[in-house]
Ligand binder design. Structure first.
Ligand code: BGC
Length: 769
């Protein structure tokens, strides 16, 4: 894989990711890793010209649609493609698979979120051309995609034709989610394609317009409009371009949907689109938005290893592109907006892996993401009722607020039976309900946002606890949770998964605590929630059942059983699978039923419990469980390594923590050509930020207090990052010798630094030496 990270120098140092060679077999990876997004939409970085194994994709957040048929679940539809441009240069169609590539690079600039390609191409008939392509998805005007192409003929004059427009023939791997709508050309200039999702009835309208310049002089080429099924195209004939002259073509496109909060109608969308300007002006506003909304907000600096600095920027780049900050009815998909993978659905990935970044660095966005869960309580109640439980049973996979569960039922091939494997997560992976409650509490502790708690937070804590009390099963003199999938999805129908039981217990205890608190501080609010959630009755059950809920304890070797039977299962040599370049290599030899009977763990399970509820377990227990489980863990989920790295930091093993971080930060950026075809890994990207700030930076919130205990990797000389604590922005700098904390707010902030309680006065800097 020919990705390079060191092409940026001076101001662009550690900002550029460059593909130095055209590799048709790596198209999918680069399309996802280089994808552009602004939280409203995500655009895979397929090229203007088309290739056989590309996967073009443009996804608008929250526009879910369900195709006909029982086997289908709602998914984020692949909207019309507005980026296609087919160039014919002196009769040769521009295609990198034809002719000769004399020079090539494709670069994603993380700083201003612009993608560029520089190509020196010799066509099959022997003429040479320089082509420069640039594009961005505007962070300033969320509807806009802008492209610019500059072509210079180097060996002879050029007769150019361009076919460019909007192509609504896109599908989600074969599934067409749109009914055809109106096609139209306005004023001989603006192409329009309307489309409507087949089931959810969302109106989409797409516009594209072009501008031509020869040696910086605008001109209008001869053009002919073509319409086809779900397609509107224009053929442009700009005449002759002299040798060494440059023709520049700008294509500005926009997508608007009836899901937009400010949607009025197609005419208003057209008026908005018409008022947009040229590439350079749009780009200036876009670049300024990245600077002020992103890089000034999260100026994380790592000194010592250039790649690591780039990797954390890459994480923040995608965290920005994937998050629909404009609308609290939407959430983050497990692949962001960068591919069809996981159908655009939200998982626990948001609350446990991504949300800590926002909670700590941009609480307003964290709040909105949690509001999504609050607004989707109706769907969670439906799921509980469908399963004969009470309260809010959050879906394992979530899309529309009211839908409830949307996890597909059938997955990958079973090599033994030859049939698809059943996905049980939607039925019995239930820990997500407690994970959401945990994220609510974590947000509250970091921010002190009382308004959020009163409008959403208390209800989320109570509604989830109502679910758990109805879920617990009385067995003898204790309560148990049987028949679940824990975080380790290689173990199905297990009893008393430690993570699930502890988190359910935590959820019940927190509900009891806040119930008591509201009784004293806000009885009116408690009364209104009581009526809705039958709290008097539930409160009693929470107390009785939490006290008797079975929490698997460390055994004589201090190992916490992952579930009731895990420790008695067969152990096999995992070395070949651990070293395999592809995840899931195990399933080429075994099926899931067989793996169920072995001590093989897909991802952090007991380990994530030790991280989230860290002060309930001693360092000895953490070490013993690391030593027991890590060798049995395949890290087949991208969520796994970040958690392991943080725990290794806690255990004081800096080298191990760093080597886990190195692997985590290469899940998308590393050499594996196939790792990201279906999209980037949102949770892993959130996890990378957690490794840096919570692991190496040592930031923790325990029992409502802020802790800082940095463990800087040996190779780093400095780490700098901001965090918010109860509305105060703290700027933290850690070096091998000292820690410096600047409190930029007007309030004093108390925290425990390396075990010592300190208070940093308003607008002052504290340093350890
Ligand atoms: C993991 C889950 C995760 C999901 C989406 C699965 O492979 O096992 O923990 O939520 O992917 O990222």
């Amino acid at each position: 894989m020919s990705l390079k990270y060191d092409k940026g120098t001076e101001k662009s140092k550690n900002w550029l990711i460059t593909e130095t060679q055209f590799q048709p077999e790596a198209l999918g990876k680069v399309e996802a890793v280089f994808s552009l997004g602004n939280g409203y939409m995500g655009l895979r970085s397929t090229t203007e010209e088309r290739y056989a194994n590309e996967a073009r994709g443009n996804f608008v957040a929250g526009t879910f649609n369900k195709f006909l048929g029982d086997k289908e679940v709602t998914e984020l539809p692949n909207a019309a493609d507005m980026t296609e441009m087919i160039f014919t240069l002196n009769g040769d169609t521009f295609q990198l698979t034809d002719g000769d590539i004399l020079d090539f690079d494709r670069t994603l600039n993380l700083k201003d979120a612009e993608l560029s390609r520089h190509i020196h191409w010799r066509s099959p008939s022997g003429s040479e051309y320089k082509l420069i392509f640039t594009r961005f998805v505007s962070l300033d005007n969320k509807h806009i995609i802008a492209q610019k192409v500059a072509i210079t003929p180097l060996s002879s004059d050029l007769t150019l034709t361009l076919r460019s427009g909007i192509n609504g023939q896109m599908t989600n791997t074969g599934t067409q989610h749109f009914k055809e709508g109106v096609l139209r050309l306005y004023d001989q200039k603006i192409m329009k394609l309307e489309a409507h999702t087949t089931e959810s009835n969302i109106d989409f309208v797409h516009f594209s317009q072009h501008a031509f310049k020869k040696e910086n002089i605008n001109f209008t080429p001869k053009n002919t409009i073509f319409m086809d099924r779900r397609k509107i195209f224009t053929a442009f004939e700009p005449g002759i371009i002299k040798k060494n002259e440059t023709v520049t073509i700008e294509k500005v496109s926009g997508v608007y949907t009836s899901r937009d909060k400010d949607w009025i109608d197609v005419d208003t969308a057209l008026a908005n689109f018409t008022s947009t300007s040229d590439y350079d002006t749009l780009f200036q506003a876009h670049r300024n938005a990245w600077e002020s909304q992103v890089w000034e907000q999260y100026p994380i600096q790592i000194e010592g290893v250039d790649f690591d600095q780039l990797a954390i920027r890459f994480a923040i780049y995608h965290l920005t592109g994937m998050t629909p900050v404009h609308d609290n009815r939407m959430n983050i998909s497990a692949k962001g907006l960068s591919g069809e993978g996981y159908k655009g659905h939200a998982f626990w990935d948001t609350e446990i892996f991504v949300l800590p970044f926002f909670t700590t660095s941009n609480p307003k966005i964290a709040r909105q993401l949690l509001e999504y869960r609050s607004l989707s309580i109706p769907g969670a109640v439906r799921k509980a009722i469908d399963n004969n439980y009470e309260g809010a049973m959050f879906p394992w996979e979530s899309a529309w607020l009211e839908d409830g569960e949307v996890t597909p039922v059938w997955g990958a091939a079973d090599i033994i039976t030859g049939e698809p494997t059943k996905i049980w997560s939607g039925f019995i992976e239930q820990h997500i309900t407690a994970d959401i409650a945990f994220a609510v509490w974590q947000y509250y502790q970091f921010t002190g946002d009382q308004d959020f708690m009163e409008k959403h937070g208390y209800e989320l804590l109570f509604a989830t606890a109502v679910f758990w009390q109805s879920r617990l099963e009385e067995k003898g003199n204790r309560y148990e949770i049987t028949g679940v999938v824990g975080p380790d999805e290689y173990k199905e129908h297990v009893d008393n998964n430690a993570f699930t039981n502890y988190m359910a217990h935590w959820n019940l205890e927190k509900a009891i605590h806040y119930h008591d608190l509201l009784q004293e501080k806000n009885p009116e609010l408690l009364a209104s929630l009581s009526a809705k959630w039958d709290l008097p009755n539930n409160y009693q059950k929470w107390q009785e059942k939490a006290a008797k809920l079975y929490l698997p304890q460390p055994n004589t070797e201090l190992v916490i059983p992952q579930d009731d039977t895990y420790l008695s299962k067969k152990i096999i040599d995992l070395a070949p699978y651990k070293e395999a370049s592809q995840v899931g290599a195990l399933f080429l030899d075994y099926n899931l039923d067989q793996v169920n009977d072995m001590q093989i763990t897909k991802q952090a399970d007991v380990m994530i419990l030790l991280y989230l509820l860290e002060n309930e377990f001693s360092p000895e227990v953490k070490q013993a469980n690391w030593d027991y489980y890590e060798p049995k863990t395949l890290h087949d989920s991208s969520l796994s390594r970040a958690t392991h790295s943080i725990l290794a930091s806690d255990l004081g093993d800096k080298d191990l923590a760093y080597s886990m971080f190195e692997k985590a930060s290469r899940i998308d950026l590393g050499p594996n050509m196939k790792s990201s075809d279906a999209g980037i890994h949102a949770a892993s990207i959130g996890g990378i930020w957690q490794v840096v700030v919570n692991g190496f930076g040592g930031v923790r919130m325990l029992d409502g207090k802020l802790y800082l205990h940095p463990h800087l990797p040996e190779k780093w000389t400095a780490l700098q990052f901001p965090i918010y604590w109860k509305g105060s922005r703290l700027e933290i700098k850690v070096t091998q010798e000292s820690t410096t904390i600047t409190n930029t707010s007007d309030n004093a902030v108390a925290l425990a630094l390396n075990g010592t309680e300190i208070s940093i006065l308003a607008n002052t800097t504290f340093t350890t030496n």
